[in-house]
Design a protein around this ligand. Structure first.
Ligand code: XUL
Ligand code: MN
Length: 346
């Protein structure tokens, strides 16, 4: 019998999607929120991630009291299902007001909209019992380098984060770095940039990171090293595990799908650092392949969780003593083969 795992798993409503891409429309019917919540429980997940408008659809056309009322209604559904809200993120990249970016837009009206909407996201998070706000800086960057002032953009990001931190002293902010897509160059492409930005804010203790596997690979970096970097600062507050086959569009493949060894190394880092023991969740930001039939609409989530747990067993049964001996002997050739044999199994 294997030991019970300490991990709590999470996904977002957007991870059960309809298969639309820039070249074609949806190919599966949308599933209602209640169905997604029921699936989440059935698959053994304990938490759900949200954008503000996953909680309150059509948010920009609703009054503040209505927004909070609807957030309260969703909280009740979560409580009844025994599910917690892991994170809430302002979805700042869909609005016609943020075509040129949100906090770093060249238009002051757009910047004001972005900050107000983020403060509302914080109030929504409070209403669903969540203290972790995630910022993915989707359009904070440029299509051409001359379009914005890079230093000024960093100042604007700091100002926006400070306003959020002061709005509610209980919240923490996790920055989710990504180097590109939809922008050519994003301003906060790696966790190193995110933690440096944190140090420029008025309360660095409350500004940490969320690391997504695919985003690290798109930056040409090793996801487990990025995780170790954030963990050294005590700032890995969530992960979006998935996979990515090289440098192309953001694929959000099932965890372990492209590089099982890299997935093993990510799990090993999380295990070594007792990730989850401080309340962190393991989230899978994965998408179905477009060819997926509706009856398999959640298989990528079930499979990612299953692969993760199999790799936890692999991390726990890895012969660390033997590995230590090979390292001391600088016999990395044997270490390499030892990892391969361990992953292949007997
Ligand atoms: C974008 C991405 C988003 C964030 C949440 O690539 O990963 O899903 O995780 O807004
Ligand atoms: Mn993500």
């Amino acid at each position: 019998m294997s030991k019970p795992h300490p991990y709590r798993f999470s996904f977002g409503p957007w991870n059960i999607s309809e298969g639309a891409d820039p070249y074609g429309p949806a190919v599966r019917l949308p599933k209602p929120f209640d169905w997604k919540l029921a699936q989440l429980r059935k698959l053994g997940f304990e938490a759900m991630m949200f954008h503000d408008d996953d909680i309150v659809p059509d948010i920009d056309n609703k009054s503040a009291p209505q927004v909070l009322r609807e957030a309260g209604e969703l909280r009740k559904k979560l409580d009844d299902a025994g599910v917690i809200a892991e994170i809430v993120a302002p979805r700042l990249w869909f609005s016609p007001q943020t075509i040129d970016g949100a906090y770093t837009s060249n238009d002051p009206k757009a910047r004001k909209y972005a900050i107000n909407r983020s403060l509302q996201t914080i109030d929504i998070a409070g209403a669903v019992g969540c203290d972790l706000i995630v910022l993915w800086f989707a359009r904070e960057g440029t299509y051409l380098r001359e379009a914005k002032d890079g230093r000024r953009s960093v100042e604007l990001l700091v100002e926006a984060i400070n306003t959020m931190l002061m709005h509610d002293r209980k919240i923490r902010i996790a920055i989710e770095p990504k180097p590109n897509e939809p922008m050519d160059h994003a301003y906060i492409p790696t966790i190193g940039h995110a933690l440096a930005l944190s140090n420029l804010t008025c309360d660095p203790k409350r500004v940490g990171g969320l690391i997504e596997t695919a985003h690290c690979i798109l930056a040409g970096l090793d996801p487990s090293d990025e995780m170790d970097f954030a963990l050294s600062a005590g700032k890995l507050w969530s992960v979006h595990l998935n996979d990515q086959n090289g440098l192309k569009f953001d694929q959000d493949k099932p965890f372990g799908s492209a590089n099982l060894r890299s997935a093993f190394n990510q799990v090993r880092v999380l295990e070594r650092n007792q990730f989850g023991s401080r309340g962190e969740c393991v989230a899978f930001d994965v998408h179905s392949f477009r060819s997926t039939k509706i009856e398999h609409a959640v298989d990528h989530l079930a499979n990612s969780r299953k692969t993760f747990l199999r790799l936890v067993e692999k991390a726990r049964t890895f012969d660390e003593g033997k590995a230590g001996e090979l390292i001391a002997d600088r016999n990395y050739q044997a270490l390499d083969q030892m990892v391969i044999e361990h992953l292949l199994g007997s």
